[in-house]
Design a protein around this ligand. Structure first.
Ligand code: ADP
Ligand code: MG
Length: 314
């Protein structure tokens, strides 16, 4: 057991120019350690570099520069061992349509050199809920079942680290819950889980630690609870009955943005100020409130606040 399941230093990836497409610098020098035993979230908008990063970890994309250690094995020194330590459920539904579900798992196990006696095909079929579809052709499976089969394929060689690339993008609630139940179970059994998502809520719910990446760089990395405390901004939008005075005394840490329609938008940290304190201050200032709405910070705001505050850790 190593303390870090993954150690990444100075990782860069530039995709080569293709046709009239210029070269694309997808990763701009990533340093990142992922602790063994955690559920780790890579959070970022589309195009941030999440898939590039984890595809490099899984050995599916060649890095341009940098060092990657997987379960203590340097990718360049021990490519076979480092590959064996990781299983990946890819973002795309690329599936061998001419195999049955059981055969797809067997073939995958064969690719990883798992001896027949050590295969866990039936156990994995049960885990992903496909026992009764084991002999169905992959092409006859529903989209959700194919996703589950992809998860199963990632597990055939009993990797220490499981990587899931946007596992719940566009899936229904039932499948989502099934995936999370499985992920928690595997993690309880000791597996390190790395998942990418562009849903903040999902990262909040599932992950012990989160790295936010944007434009190929890590913007912030912290334990989920710490991160939430940092990004815990809320905005209260007030429509005053009459035009608001120029000076409205406010509690510390509350910022006011006057909107064009006359609304007053107060932004505050939930862990420092309550909505009540903002409303009290308004009433004390003699402002009559016609309407109130609240706006949660979304991922976009989170990026903005983290990248503009200058406090972002690397
Ligand atoms: P994410 O998974 O966060 O959405 P990606 O890692 O897929 O981001 O992509 C990061 C950037 O690299 C994007 O600008 C994307 O267009 C580009 N990119 C990804 N794959 C390739 C490729 N095979 N060739 C050229 N550019 C690519
Ligand atoms: Mg992606």
């Amino acid at each position: 057991m190593t303390a870090n399941a993954i150690e990444i230093q100075g990782l860069r990836k530039t995709y080569r120019a293709m046709g009239n497409q210029p070269p694309k610098e997808a990763l701009k020098g990533i340093d990142l350690n992922i602790p063994a035993g955690s559920i780790f979230g890579l959070l970022g908008p589309n195009g941030a570099g999440k898939s590039t990063l984890i595809n490099i970890l899984a050995g599916l994309v060649l890095k341009t520069e940098g060092r990657v250690k997987i379960w203590g094995f340097d990718q360049d020194v021990n490519p076979r061992q480092s590959r064996a330590a990781i299983g990946i459920m890819p973002q795309e539904l690329n599936m061998d349509p001419f195999f049955t579900a059981r055969a797809a798992l067997e073939v995958q196990a064969g690719l990883y050199g798992v001896p027949k006696a050590q295969r866990r095909t039936e156990e994995i079929l049960a885990l992903i809920g496909l026992t009764d579809k084991a002999d169905a052709w992959a092409r006859s499976l529903s989209g959700g079942m194919r996703r589950r089969l992809l998860l199963g394929k990632a597990l055939v060689h009993s990797p220490q680290i499981l990587v899931l690339d946007e596992p719940t993008a566009g899936v229904d609630i039932e499948l989502r819950q099934m995936l999370w139940t499985n992920v928690r179970k595997l993690n309880d059994e000791g597996m390190t889980i790395i998942l990418t998502t562009h849903y903040l809520e999902e990262a909040e719910e599932m992950c012990d630690e989160i790295a936010i990446i944007n434009h190929g760089a890590v913007v912030v990395r912290d334990r989920t609870a710490n991160l939430l405390a940092r990004i815990d901004t809320k905005t209260l939008v007030i429509q005053p009955e009459a035009p608001a005075p120029a000076d409205i005394p406010m509690p510390d840490g509350v910022t006011l943005d006057r909107r064009r329609d006359g609304a007053l938008a107060f932004t505050y940290h939930r862990n420092r100020t309550s909505a009540n304190a903002v409303l009290d201050a308004l009433r004390n200032g003699g402002i009559t409130i016609r309407d109130v709405a609240s706006e949660e910070a979304d991922l976009e705001d989170v990026f903005l606040s983290l990248t503009s505050s200058g406090t972002a850790a690397r």
